[in-house]
Design a protein around this ligand. Sequence first.
Ligand code: HEC
Length: 191
Amino acid sequence: MKMTTLTATILIAGTAVTAFAHGGATGIVKERMDAMSAMGDAVKAVTPMMRGEVAYDAETLRDAARTFQEHSGDAMTKLFPEGSGGMPSEAKNAVWTDWDRFASLAEQLGEYAKGLERAAENGLGGMQSGSMMGGSSMMGDTGSMMGGSSMMGGSTMMSASDIAAMPADGAFNMTTQVCSACHSRFRAEED
Ligand code: HEC
């Protein structure tokens, strides 16, 4: 009986902490969470299109690309001033101890998003299509990007023009991989 009460208390306390973590942010931490959430919503708006669940619409993808541009680069890094980690933020301390890498991923997102905006008019390439995969130099480059450490380090970043030459879905995948690359290193909790 006592045991049950104790467990219930812990559960309730745990819930309160979680609610605080997601709802209690203020100031700059709230600002960056809002910016990130706007990008998360943009990804959600585009994903069904990429899966072929709804008709492809270039303008929806361009909207998402602009949202990513708006919140990347300096616009993103200025929302992470030193000392703004800790509860309720999910930002890891590595943001500040490995700032150059963090900033370069923020930069990379902007660059790729510029390319993505232009790639929207290419339409879906169908990554499954044999001709697309048939060793064109563009896909070859992509392959080496994926295989290397460049995603994590941003050392051999592709240019906006490289991304713009890809089918829309390929460009979208490349762009969202930058989100994941940053989250896996710098964010305590994955979506
Ligand atoms: C340069 C690093 C970086 C990039 C690039 C990045 N994020 Fe984030 N993201 C973070 C960090 C760090 C947090 C945790 C922020 C905090 O809690 O203070 C975060 C948090 C989030 C959250 C949770 C927000 C909340 O309300 O707690 C979402 C959603 C998100 N990011 C989506 C995205 C999407 C989508 C992209 C790509 C289009 C992206 N992020 C690109 C670093 C990044």
